[in-house]
Design a protein around this ligand. Structure first.
Ligand SMILES: NC(=O)c1ccc[n+]([C@@H]2O[C@H](COP(=O)([O-])OP(=O)(O)OC[C@H]3O[C@@H](n4cnc5c(N)ncnc54)[C@H](O)[C@@H]3O)[C@@H](O)[C@H]2O)c1
Length: 370
């Protein structure tokens, strides 16, 4: 049931993503208000509190759950901190949105899901792809039979490397260290989309290469610095078996300086949906229709539906609206932790597939979105 007073939101980890995407957008995204911020860097916590008008700031997640006034937390801290933060928030009986990856192993994420279940709180996990306007349009086209049965999908999530592609003040060398890399940085998005479209996969096979062993930073504060990028792969070609003769392909890595490949194409028996780069606006995808009934085939760019699914002011803060809807209607969020756990299992299985040069079976599952 809709609440008349706003949901109180705490943000844990006030770094670059939280500052640009969450903190300025909370009140614009849902019936919600920012009440607390938390960061182990007290200077950052205090400055964020002042800048975004929270009631209080906290230097640890323990202090936040003990003294903070909030219903929902958004964990936007650094990746290694997610598991501890998430367990603490959920155990305190608060609803939670976690940035990716919510944990580093399937077992850890299962533990978080169990804590949420025991405490009767809603838990959702980023990435946001299953609720973006272009994906919602594709979902509607597929549900309405526009491209027939979905047979396969192909997803491309690549660039030339963080030292090449992005301007940053911080040293990007850590992206090339074990535990980081293109699979966790870029592949997670493609795997989230392709499993979102085709459902849980049965097995994964991956060929990988470490194609560029030395790199030079091309902009920012560390312009000109040499990075030794030979410890983990930078090119991954991943194939997924979804059963029932449906397969998917993911191309991810840091070796494509540019590409004109669509970020996602979905191939159906009667047509194709081809996505465009989102560019912060998530434009409508192009659709190829083959219709023997009217004797026509070809590409169209559909307009928004008469009753548009496109949410106004859609931003990366949208998981908050998804979670509030789940709380108010007592249903699961679309961005489910079970989906995130399946993507995490695939990412954990890929190094084994590369090493043993064989497909690796997958065991986790989730309720498909489509
Ligand atoms: N979805 C996307 O497209 C996308 C893009 C960028 C980053 N991210 C994710 O957002 C998260 C944050 O990334 P970022 O680029 O903002 O990093 P960042 O380093 O700029 O910020 C992380 C902040 O977390 C704080 N922190 C670390 N441990 C903490 C703890 N135990 N308790 C409280 N605060 C803690 C740090 O002090 C820092 O201020 C990561 O999970 C990353 O994967 C997602």
């Amino acid at each position: 049931m809709k609440r008349s007073t706003p949901w109180k939101v705490a943000v844990v980890g006030c770094g670059s993503f939280a500052t640009s995407q969450y903190l300025p957008n909370i009140a614009k995204t849902a019936n919600a208000v920012l009440t607390a911020v938390c960061d182990i860097r007290t200077d950052i916590a205090e400055a964020s509190c002042r800048r975004f008008g929270a009631q209080g700031w906290f230097a640890s997640v323990e202090e936040l759950v003990e003294k903070g006034d909030f219903d929902i937390a958004i964990d936007a801290a650094s990746i290694p901190a997610h598991h501890h933060i998430n367990k603490t928030i959920l155990a305190a009986g608060k609803h939670l949105i976690s940035q990716k990856p919510a944990a580093l192993t399937v077992e850890e994420l299962t533990e978080q899901i169990e804590i949420a279940r025991r405490n009767h709180v809603k838990f959702s996990c980023v990435p946001i792809h299953m609720i973006t306007p272009d994906m919602l349009m594709a979902e509607q086209i597929i549900r309405d039979g526009g491209i027939g049965r979905v047979l396969s999908a192909k997803c491309v999530s690549t660039h030339g490397g963080p030292e090449y592609f992005q301007y940053r003040e911080a040293d990007p060398s850590w992206f090339y260290e074990p535990g980081a890399g293109a699979l966790y940085d870029m592949g997670v998005h493609a795997l989230d989309k392709i499993t979102g479209v085709l459902g849980p996969a049965k097995s994964v096979f991956c060929l990988a290469a470490t194609a560029r062993k030395v790199r030079t930073v091309r902009s920012g504060a560390f312009d000109g610095k040499t990075i030794h990028s030979d410890k983990i792969p930078d090119t991954y070609f991943i194939t997924l078996d979804f059963g029932d003769d449906r397969i998917g392909f993911v191309d991810t890595g840091y070796t494509q300086l540019a590409t004109r490949c669509p970020p996602l194409e979905i191939y159906g028996e009667k047509g194709v949906i081809s996505f465009k780069p989102h560019g912060g606006v998530w434009p409508n995808p192009e659709v190829y229709i083959d219709s023997p009934a009217i004797g026509m085939r070809g590409w169209i760019t559909p307009m928004d539906w008469v009753k548009s699914t496109r949410k106004p002011n859609f931003t990366q803060c949208c998981p908050l609206a998804d979670l509030v809807e789940a709380i108010e209607n007592d249903c699961g969020p679309v961005l489910s932790p079970e989906h995130a756990r399946h993507v995490l299992e695939i990412m954990c299985a890929i190094p084994r597939s590369i090493e043993e040069n064989r497909p690796v079976e997958l065991h986790t599952t989730f309720s498909p979105f489509l």
